[in-house]
Design a binder for this molecule. Structure first.
Ligand code: SF4
Length: 233
């Protein structure tokens, strides 16, 4: 028993790790409170785990040869003190390892980065302290996030960056700014994710959420700026 807190799991996913059939672990706890969070039930770190760790690993044992990968998602996986042990255990079963993170803790990220094969790194806002605090509902220093991102770029690991386009937090100009900032850091892989209003959001209309995706100039700019770019509905 490693003692990681599992808040949920997807036993078969084709969308959480590019070109891999994966099982996804949603780890309990997140230091952030993004206003667009779809997984608020995963935010509280002291919430009771909903899936027994041993049961999940015995499921993985049975799926050897049928699944390619295990993705550690959240919540924020870097909050788990035993994340590297859990990754090692999944690796020892022969699985390729994915990690979804916002990079809030560079020390925790440095510990697990050598163990993972691919990272999905969330970019919540342009790299501006106030804007990032608003988008994450937290006071995490922007510098910590940038340290994690730069570490990822320098590692040579396969990764993608992606932004959820919440019109309450981001404008089209902000996406141009993010793209410029990612390009300056040598990032070649970026994705725009559509925001679907959470139940408490009475402000965002379908039209507001779609504005990023129907802006031909923006999409064309992003296609030219990144080697790999797509939109996700
Ligand atoms: S980082 Fe993810 S899980 Fe945490 S609050 Fe933001 S959207 Fe929710």
């Amino acid at each position: 028993m490693i003692n990681i807190k599992i808040g949920g799991a997807e036993r078969f996913s084709l969308v959480d790790f590019p070109n891999k059939v994966a099982a996804v672990l949603f780890l309990q706890g997140c230091p952030w409170r993004c206003p667009f969070c779809y997984n608020t039930h995963l935010q509280a770190a002291d919430e009771q785990e909903s899936i027994d760790e041993e049961a999940f690993f015995s499921f993985l044992e049975k799926r050897k040869g049928k699944l390619d990968a295990v993705v550690f998602s959240g919540g924020e996986p870097l909050l788990q003190p035993k994340l590297s042990e859990a990754i090692q255990r999944a690796k020892s079963l022969g699985f390729t390892i994915g990690l979804h993170t916002g990079g809030f803790n560079p020390a925790a990220f440095a510990k697990v980065l050598p163990l993972v094969d691919w990272v999905g790194f969330d970019i919540k806002a342009p790299f501006d302290e106030q804007h990032y605090h608003k988008a994450t509902g937290s006071q995490t220093p922007l510098n910590s996030i940038l340290q994690s991102l730069d570490m990822l770029v320098a590692s040579g690991k396969d990764f993608e960056t992606r932004t959820t386009c919440d019109p309450r937090l981001l404008s089209i100009e902000d996406i141009y700014t993010i793209a410029e900032q990612l390009k300056e850091r040598g990032i070649k892989n970026y994705h725009l994710q559509k925001y679907r209003p959470i139940p408490s959001d009475k402000e965002s209309t379908e039209d507001m959420c779609n504005q990023f995706f129907r802006d031909k100039a923006l999409i064309s700019y992003l296609e030219q700026t990144f080697e790999i770019f797509d939109t996700r509905g």
